[in-house]
Design a protein around this ligand. Sequence first.
Ligand SMILES: Nc1ncnc2c1ncn2[C@@H]1O[C@H](COP(=O)(O)OP(=O)(O)OP(=O)(O)O)[C@@H](O)[C@H]1O
Ligand SMILES: [Zn+2]
Length: 472
Amino acid sequence: MGIKVFNTLTEKKEEFVPLEGKTVRMYVCGPTVYDHAHIGHARSAVVFDVIRRWLEYRGYEVIYVRNYTDIDDKIIKRSREEGIPWYEVAQKYIDSYEEDMRALNVKEPTYKPRVTEHIPEIIEVIKGLIEKGYAYEANGDVYFSVEKFPGYGKLSKRKLEELIAGARIEPGEGKKNPLDFALWKKSKEGEPGWESPWGIGRPGWHIECSAMSMKYLGETMDIHGGGLDLIFPHHENEIAQSESYTGKPFVRYWIHNGFVMVNKEKMSKSLGNFFTVKEILEKFSPDVLRLFLLSTHYRSPIDFSTERLEEAERSLKRLLNFLDSKEVIRSLPEKGEEEDVIDVESYRKKFEEAMDDDFNTAKAFGVLFELVKEANQLKDRYLREGRIPKATKTSLVEAVELVENMLKLLGLKLEREKEEGIEDELIKLLIEVRGELRKRKIFDLADRIRDRLKELGITLEDLPTGTVYKKG
Ligand SMILES: Nc1ncnc2c1ncn2[C@@H]1O[C@H](COP(=O)(O)OP(=O)(O)OP(=O)(O)O)[C@@H](O)[C@H]1O
Ligand SMILES: [Zn+2]
């Protein structure tokens, strides 16, 4: 029994068999870096991180590529707004993205290619497409001729005729057919550009992923991923370009994650209905966010709400409390005949089955919660009795270890909340000292403590019953 994957291309769950032995070649479309990442972007990153981790757990070596679109109209626009060069905009938001990825414990990709560092490779592919008759130049722009690729529409299940009926040629565009898309765009006055056989310009969006995936993964790769919104036109166009260029199948398994939604709409920068990862991480731990994102199957939509994050927070607490009970279980004296044990292996199997079945993290978490429930009941019973049969103890410890290992496998960091205790203790100590200073009429020092605490955001209030404090 191997892994089953839902393939967008065939619209079926298929047995996962990589092209070459135990190596998996995987490409995921990364962000266009013109703003901080929002929760939708985090979902895509976390989903494919978990898919990668699961493949590794199953013994595959994964070559994982995630690109940065570091040149694009939106980046140029942003550079004008912020008054800094386009490459500084890109760098700023790449840094921001990587900071978020580290916080969310997303494993480092094997390669993180940037478009602007692969201009020669991109030009090479465009040249090849022109030579083979799939693309044409028009006033410094280069377009892909969609009609030349018979398979166009096979991923998004759209019909060429219908698409053509709905498309339009914008004024100034040299397209022969309204559906043709740009491989190379001539730079306008004041825009960044690179030398090419067609003059100064820059790559279109789609061609970057074809050129960079081919460079790092070869002509056919095993998995290509991204959000649902990328199926059309981005991935459809990637297939057309790549397969026309190589004459080989481009991707064996197309995997797409569902959206994070807000009030029935996709969370997106353009709609302005987004929460950045950084905003969320001010209030919730990265594990809470990860648990929230993985509690739904990756293909289904997730409705974003604070209530659901709070729910994830409670679930995480339950899991951490369970993990923290290991020492208590261990310290219980071993005594008793009755050998009530947990079948930990059966839970492991159920967990693995869920993950093998199209990476069903929602079900996998369900299995862990079931185990925690059963183990807690058993543990509480023996805690009340103050002793525990040896076999029961062993199985409980194994249960804790299984839950811990599987949570780590899903990328949770399992960090405990920072001890707030010491800070509060120190504030109380300062209040006590201040009280003593006032009694001794050393008011300047007493006031200094109050003022300095105030600067730190801690307000003291002297009530008849004593001094209390407020933070923030
Ligand atoms: N709301 C969302 N839910 C899930 N995945 C998303 C969401 N928004 C974007 N993604 C995915 O995040 C990845 C990076 O997206 P990209 O930078 O292209 O987004 P974008 O189109 O600039 O963002 P936006 O859609 O917010 O304008 C893509 O795989 C995309 O499909
Ligand atoms: Zn892409």
